[in-house]
Ligand binder design. Structure first.
Ligand SMILES: Nc1ncnc2c1ncn2[C@@H]1O[C@H](COP(=O)(O)OP(=O)(O)OP(=O)(O)O)[C@@H](O)[C@H]1O
Ligand SMILES: [Mg+2]
Length: 527
């Protein structure tokens, strides 16, 4: 199993390449051993310290809400965590000015903030610090190293740190730590701007675990999906993600990419169902032709764009047979030719495919190549429908989408009336998580501070306990696709056993008169 591929080393020195490989390796290792984000960053800070032969290192993340840096991993036995206002100290200066700072003599540098040393008793001689920035330029944090073991930090150290800060940015982008910092319900820590003193209580740890790469799900069904992602992501295996529309297949695909060693390379997606049949091949493999002047004209396809990264083939069942052969060739030989071209081009990509259709049946019908099917589903991950995930997951998703919608529409998250919650729990969610997401967003827009049942855009009278997936019998009930009439009979039978045949209670639950209920009981032969 290949765990990671070192990127092209270009003109970097062997020491820089070693340092970068060590960082990449700790990422690969972290994914395999399923360690937490915090533990991963602790390892990274060790790697940074060793790479630059420094005595101590600190990784700060930027807390946007408080406009300050907070240490999340550090060689700092004296304190649990440090908070540095933007602009204060060398790290704060680096955060504000977004440039690397190399300080030969800390005591002689005006930017140096001596309070931390005063608190810890440590003596900082020299230091180097670099900003950690997202590709789009947003500040993620600062990385800082103290006291070069011999002498001061060199120009080469500056280049190495710049390189490592870029790697660290990739890591932080995936880390749940930065997400946790953006949450508004973080516990109050030390007071910004106040000098640190030993009297201050150590700040509590940030909860960095939460969901898995922003995929919400706590029940056994989703935990099993997360487990598969963790196992499969670091490998190069092709993955087929199956599941109904709106279950989160796209999310799972991204999680696979972000937890793989290809995470720093591109993730390219192609929706095979959205393209006219004749265009799929050109879009995937690109086109080349000779122009009138004999010049070769090339339009690269998605496979080429995804080189070194991951290619997601969405709704792979819609790839026409003609292009399926070429895709099989790519999977087998790692080469392809552009349309109109004859020269094979080498390709280093990982392929992930999704479908909500029944591929084995399509294979039987001769519409999908069997050999391609097997090549694609080296590993298969089935994403369960929402109604099978249990009430706890439903509630978590509701809270999650309430938060998102409230932020998007700049209002406080409304409460959900218990009656409305019952409606959500009882609905079968044929459109799965996407339908729930839209439903909550619409309710947030329409509701004031409480979402009542009538504000939910759900069809009337559909609630029949379908989302009570913890109860497998309920799920089976729907899988058999009963008619409404059959369902009515079964539901009334269920209520008779639940309420010890108390017809008045049952009529109240059903919202019908007692006589109507008696008639229905007779009709369904339930006396
Ligand atoms: N477990 C989850 N936690 C949070 N958001 C989720 C989860 N699952 C799905 N979503 C959100 O629900 C929506 C639908 O998910 P996604 O597009 O991944 O589904 P899909 O299975 O790929 O659908 P389709 O078959 O239509 O392509 C997206 O907005 C996604 O972000
Ligand atoms: Mg999708």
């Amino acid at each position: 199993m290949t765990l990671y591929e070192p990127p092209d080393s270009g003109t970097d020195t062997p020491a820089q390449v070693d340092a970068r490989d060590a960082l990449l390796f700790s990422l690969g290792e972290a994914v395999i051993t399923e360690i937490s984000s915090r533990e991963l960053l602790r390892r990274v800070v060790d790697v940074l310290k060793e790479s630059l032969a420094a005595d101590r290192g600190t990784i700060y993340v930027f807390d946007e809400q408080r406009n300050e840096l907070r240490s999340v991993a550090a060689h700092l036995p004296e304190l649990k965590s440090i908070r540095v206002p933007i602009g204060q100290g060398v790290a704060g200066y680096v955060a504000r000015h977004r440039k690397l700072v190399n300080v030969d003599s800390a005591s002689a540098d005006q930017r140096f903030w001596p309070k931390v040393d005063e608190t810890t008793g440590y003596v900082t001689r020299c230091m180097i610090a670099a900003p950690v920035e997202h590709r789009d330029g947003t500040l993620l944090g600062v990385v800082q190293l103290l006291n070069k073991r011999a002498g001061t930090f060199t120009n080469e150290d500056e280049r190495t740190l710049t390189l490592l800060a870029a790697q660290l940015a990739q890591l932080l982008e995936q880390s749940t730590i930065t997400t946790a910092l953006k949450r508004s319900d973080l516990p109050e820590l030390t007071t910004s701007g106040q000098p640190l003193t030993r009297r201050l209580e150590p700040p509590p740890d940030i909860d960095v675990e939460g969901g898995f790469n922003h995929i919400v799900g706590a029940g056994a069904q989703m935990q099993s999906v997360f487990h598969s992602i963790r196992r499969v992501a670091p490998t190069q295996a092709s993955v087929l993600i199956t599941g109904d529309s709106g279950t989160g297949k796209g999310r799972v695909a991204r999680a696979l990419h972000h937890n793989s060693v290809r995470a720093q390379a591109t993730f390219v997606q192609i929706d095979c169902a959205a393209l006219p049949e004749g265009l799929v091949e050109a879009e995937l493999f690109g086109v080349e032709r000779r122009g009138m002047d004999g010049e070769q004209q090339v339009k690269p396809g998605r496979v080429e764009q995804a080189n070194h990264g991951t290619l997601l083939l969405d709704e792979v069942a819609d790839i026409p047979l003609s292009a399926q052969g070429k895709l099989l060739g790519l999977l087998q030989h790692h080469t392809f030719t552009r349309m109109g071209g004859t020269t094979p081009i080498a390709s280093n990509i990982r392929i992930i495919a999704t479908t909500n259709r029944d591929l084995p049946t399509l294979v039987q019908e001769g519409l999908f190549r069997k050999d391609l099917y097997y090549r694609l589903r080296v590993v298969q991950i089935e994403v369960p429908p929402l109604r099978k995930r249990g009430i706890r997951d439903l509630r978590l998703l509701v809270d999650h989408f309430l938060g998102i919608a409230a932020r998007r529409h700049r209002r406080a998250p409304p409460r959900i009336h218990p009656e409305a919650m019952r409606g959500l729990v009882n609905y079968a969610w044929p459109g799965n998580v996407r339908e729930l997401e839209n439903c909550i967003e619409s309710a947030v827009i329409l509701a004031d501070d409480v979402i009542f049942a009538h504000a939910l855009p759900l069809p009337r009278g559909v609630g029949s306990g379908a989302a009570q997936a913890d109860d497998d019998q309920q799920v089976e009930l729907f899988e058999q696709q009963p008619t409404l009439n059959e369902l009515e009979g079964r539901y009334i039978g269920f209520l008779l056993s639940q309420h010890k045949s108390n017809r008045t209670t049952i009529a109240a639950v059903l919202g019908i008169g007692r006589n109507t209920l008696l008639r229905k009981i007779r009709l369904h032969g339930l006396e």
